[in-house]
Design a protein. Structure first.
Length: 149
């Protein structure tokens, strides 16, 4: 059985491509906290590449941006390709099949024609306030971590 379920935060607005016959593909990195502390007492995160398609991609791009907390279910897939220097590179990613929006943040890209409207329900307002103190880890990953929920 190849099934994965993840909950984490989108690290930057999803990248969008149109593939054959107008079907949308979106990809992004999901920061997922580990369930244990490291030797320094901090919680580390794994950064997992996710690809989604079709209606799921459309809705995710429309409602989610950097910092959105989402749940993703799907399958792990691997692929390989040959680099310019003729070495073989391997990629492992999650092919997302279902995305659940837990705390949404408006995409920051002004160019998105599907950007979320400014209307927000009281549940959205409450959810956004829970994430006010969220910060993505820096590139050096030294002491910054993602919040545990």
């Amino acid at each position: 059985m190849n099934h994965v379920a993840l909950v984490g935060r989108i690290t930057k607005d999803p990248d969008v491509r149109m593939i054959g016959e107008g079907r949308m593909q979106a990809s992004f990195t999901l920061a997922v906290n580990r369930s244990f502390k490291n030797h320094q007492g901090d919680i580390d995160a794994d950064f997992i590449f996710i690809t989604i398609w079709g209606r799921t991609a459309e809705n995710t791009v429309k409602h989610c941006g950097k910092g959105s907390l989402i749940g993703v279910t799907g399958r792990i897939q691997t692929r390989s390709y040959e680099r310019e220097d003729r070495t073989r590179a391997f990629v492992t990613q999650v092919a997302g099949e279902d995305v659940r929006f837990l705390i949404t943040k408006k995409p920051s890209s002004a160019g998105h024609s599907t950007a979320r409207t400014e209307e927000a329900s009281s549940a959205d307002v409450h959810s956004h306030s829970a994430a006010d103190h969220f910060e993505l880890p820096s590139q050096n990953h030294e002491k910054e971590t993602l919040p545990i929920f």
